[in-house]
Design a protein around this ligand. Structure first.
Ligand code: SF4
Length: 62
């Protein structure tokens, strides 16, 4: 799975970092998403993509 994040759309809600803390973090300045691991294994990252309230996260196969 390949994860991408649109930081312009991120609303700093933090659901991604709570759901998949090894994959996502929030930056110290404005709380927007930072992708720590763009090619994660396992379901947490996919759950985080689904839970993001702003639709800022995308997951693609590969
Ligand atoms: S869950 Fe979505 S809106 Fe919230 S910090 Fe993560 S990417 Fe941003």
């Amino acid at each position: 799975m390949r994860i991408t994040a649109d930081r312009e759309r991120c609303a700093s809600a933090g659901m991604c970092a709570l759901t998949a803390p090894g994959v996502f973090d929030q930056d110290d300045e404005d709380g927007r998403v930072v992708v720590l691991n763009g090619e994660p294994v396992g379901g947490d990252a996919a759950d985080a993509v689904d839970l993001c309230p702003s639709g800022a996260l995308s997951a693609a196969d590969g």
